[in-house]
Design a protein around this ligand. Sequence first.
Ligand code: GRF
Length: 218
Amino acid sequence: MGVLVSGAGTNLEALLRSCAGADFPAAVGLVISNRPSAGGLRIAARHGVDAIAMPVAEFGGEVRQRDRAMGERFRETGVGLVVCAGYDRVLDDIFLRGFPNAILNIHPSLLPAFAGGMNGVEAALAFGVKVAGCTVQLLEPGLPDGGPVVLQAPVPVFEDDDVDMLRARIHEQEWVLLPEAVALWCHGRLSRDGRRIRILPPSQRGASGVRAAASVPV
Ligand code: GRF
């Protein structure tokens, strides 16, 4: 896996913990952040994983150039699956097209609710929903957060919740959901028919990646 992070990196840490488990089918080869100050870079270093910052300022402010270079770094590392574990920028199509059906993103809402921003938890609380949650989706060109849903987990909203309390409860679910989605992808247990992703039973494990459902080309 190649992992993209922008913030504290608790989802990266959850992935690295999963990777240390005997049966986990993936390893993190490289962590890239758009922010040199991202806590995720320090977490990667602590785990002995290569980690680099690629701020857009180093590419003359050109997001497309930076994202092209990120894709190249991942490919040089032999990355087959990219995981956005709290990455706070919209990826350029040049990056997205380079990893078809092979970019997983964690988002702190039940998509399509509260899509397209970094304030999904604040927005859910302000809207007054009774159930919040998180989503793992595939990223692809198109609307931000518009890719097909792989897994979702609901999280109850309690009357006295503030943003930090709700965010903490959502985070706990994310730490389970993201490694689970990675394992399903690696075991070839995701089958895609248009926007719909089916989880195949363990007995139908195949080669890693997302399979096309029989009738529809991906
Ligand atoms: C997570 O809530 C994730 O859903 C969102 O950004 C946050 C990252 O948290 N995309 P962390 O950096 O993994 O702690």
